[in-house]
Write a protein that binds this ligand. Structure first.
Ligand code: NAI
Length: 485
């Protein structure tokens, strides 16, 4: 029998995981569970990544982790166990399906607008790299990495998943109108991948417009793929459309290891009261059963869940307030009692259990996912980020002295992305950090030694906080212009 790792988690985690496993057992789901030590409580025992080495070993052997929510200890320097797990095992696609559930009243259910939208969120990159620095005492920087191969992995997953579930449309949500390089790359890869799926309509929408459209006509969308942070926000928005976090399941899919969990957290305000809603974790578990080919088990449980919701049985966080709520265990028992009953809305066809085999490849080195585009990047200049509390002209004067008679020119100075030199507006507020763009005038690409020499020159006159190289491929600049440049 297929074996999976189970981590009950913190807060309400053990309460809802016990309820879900009780339902699985009653449905005779052909799975064995190996409970692993992972979560805040493991962190407190001195394991800085929130899991014991044995837990890591088990998960890396079994390839499937079914997990309860885990608390992120507050305080600087402490990383989220949840994010660490997703990133360590490269579960690059975060799939969250949101569908209207009869018995869970929302403005849309009342208006007769059905929702069935799946958000695929990139799960590794973006600002979630957590690479942040204070550049001056006033200026914080977060680096946002969007990569070509990382984008390709998640976008390809979205199209494959769409094809499997019979979806006709995949939409890319992005902000490429503003972040032309990062979101622009994500959108470019989206268009490249979409070309391989002519049977699926592929379109894109700017993320703010997407939010507006989702709250007015959520029924128009089927699959939406987004970068990490935008996907995080949009998926919580979608959770709200179908009744809240209690109904938001999620799957973190990777090539080797996949993690199934609810979107919500540990709910410290209701922990230990036995009133938590296990539906989101149960829906995540149902998604996991389908991932493992256990279609019949998934359908039996889902039908019983839908029937139970339709019948008005509810935990305290949703449902008809005139019907008294039940606790977690009683809710689970009601589902078990409804096995074999078909809901009036969206009954699932039973199908057959055809368990897939999960074999985690034994890796000897980290998989490299370079795109091998073979493009030659030439360095034509440097953006120096300098700490300076004075006026733009003072910064320019210092740069011009630094350049002297060297074959470079000062092209622009910006502050928080807005050009303040050679032209600008006196109404632009300035903080104590400027970006000075210095480009080569020799027509030759800069070597690393040239960059170091230039750095030395600039550092003789200004305090350099950070720098970025300016690359071109042929005539194409691989960096953004300053606003107003
Ligand atoms: P939360 O999702 O735990 O709670 C937000 C609100 O929703 C609370 O009022 C809570 O009572 C309610 N709620 C959540 N799940 C519920 C359920 N199943 N049934 C009934 N009500 C439910 O978010 P919060 O308070 O921001 O985070 C608490 C902790 O959880 C933090 O340490 C956070 O880092 C962690 N967290 C973990 C996640 C994970 O393991 N994937 C995801 C989100 C947060």
């Amino acid at each position: 029998m297929l074996k999976i790792a189970v981590a009950k988690g913190d807060g309400i985690g053990p309460e809802i995981m016990d309820a879900v496993l009780q339902i699985f057992d009653a449905a005779k789901v052909p799975l064995q569970y190996e409970v692993v030590e992972m979560g805040r409580w493991v962190f407190d025992k001195g394991f800085s990544n929130g899991m014991t080495p044995e837990a890591q070993q088990t998960i890396e052997t079994l390839g499937i982790l079914f997990k309860g929510p885990m608390e992120t200890p507050k305080g600087k320097g402490v990383k989220s166990v949840n994010v660490t797990a997703r990133k360590t095992w490269n579960t690059y696609a975060n799939k969250r399906t949101f569908q209207s559930l009869h018995g869970v009243d929302t403005v849309f259910s009342k208006a007769g607008i059905p929702i069935n939208v799946t958000i695929v969120r990139e799960n590794i990159e973006d600002t979630y790299g957590g690479i942040e620095h204070m550049l001056t005492n006033d200026v914080a920087l977060c680096r946002r990495f969007i990569t070509r191969p990382g984008s390709k992995q998640v976008i390809q997953y979205a199209f494959e998943m769409a094809r499997q579930m019979g979806a006709k449309r995949v939409t890319c949500g992005h902000k490429a109108n503003i972040m032309k390089i990062t979101d622009g790359l994500f959108l470019e890869v989206f268009k490249e991948v979409a070309a391989n799926y002519p049977d699926i309509k592929a379109d894109d929408v700017i993320v703010d417009d997407l939010c507006m459209k989702l709250v007015t006509r959520p029924d128009l969308f089927e699959v939406v793929v987004l970068t990490n942070l935008q996907g995080d926000i949009v998926s919580d928005l979608c959770a709200g459309l179908v009744g809240g976090l209690g109904f938001a399941p999620s799957a973190n899919i990777g090539n080797h290891i996949s993690i199934f969990e609810a979107v919500h957290g540990t709910a410290p305000d209701i922990t230990g009261k036995g009133i938590a809603n296990p539906t989101a974790l149960l829906l995540s578990g149902i998604g996991m059963l389908r991932h493992l080919g256990l279609l019949k088990s998934a359908a039996i449980i889902e039908n019983a869940l839908l029937y139970t919701l339709e019948s008005g049985v509810h935990t305290g966080d949703f449902g008809n307030k005139e019907i008294p709520s039940v606790g977690t265990a009683a809710f689970a028992q009601a589902i078990i009692d409804n096995f074999g009953k078909a809901p009036a809305h969206n009954p699932k066809a039973l199908g057959e259990d055809v368990p897939v085999t999960i074999e985690v490849e034994k890796l000897t080195q980290n998989p490299a996912i370079a795109s091998n585009s073979g493009e030659q990047l030439d360095t034509v200049g440097v953006d120096f980020f300098v700490e300076h509390a004075g006026q733009p002209q003072q910064v320019a004067d210092a740069c011009l002295v630094a350049i002297g008679s060297l074959p470079y020119k000062l092209v622009t100075i910006s502050n928080r992305g807005t050009q303040v030199w050679p032209k600008g507006s006196i109404f632009t507020n300035v903080v104590n950090q400027y970006r000075c763009r210095i480009e080569s005038t020799s027509g030759q690409p800069l070597s690393q030694t040239d960059v170091i020499n230039l750095y030395t020159q600039v550092a003789n006159h200004l305090k350099v906080a950070s720098l970025e190289l300016l690359h071109v491929v042929g005539d194409k600049a691989l960096y953004s212009l300053a606003q107003g440049q």
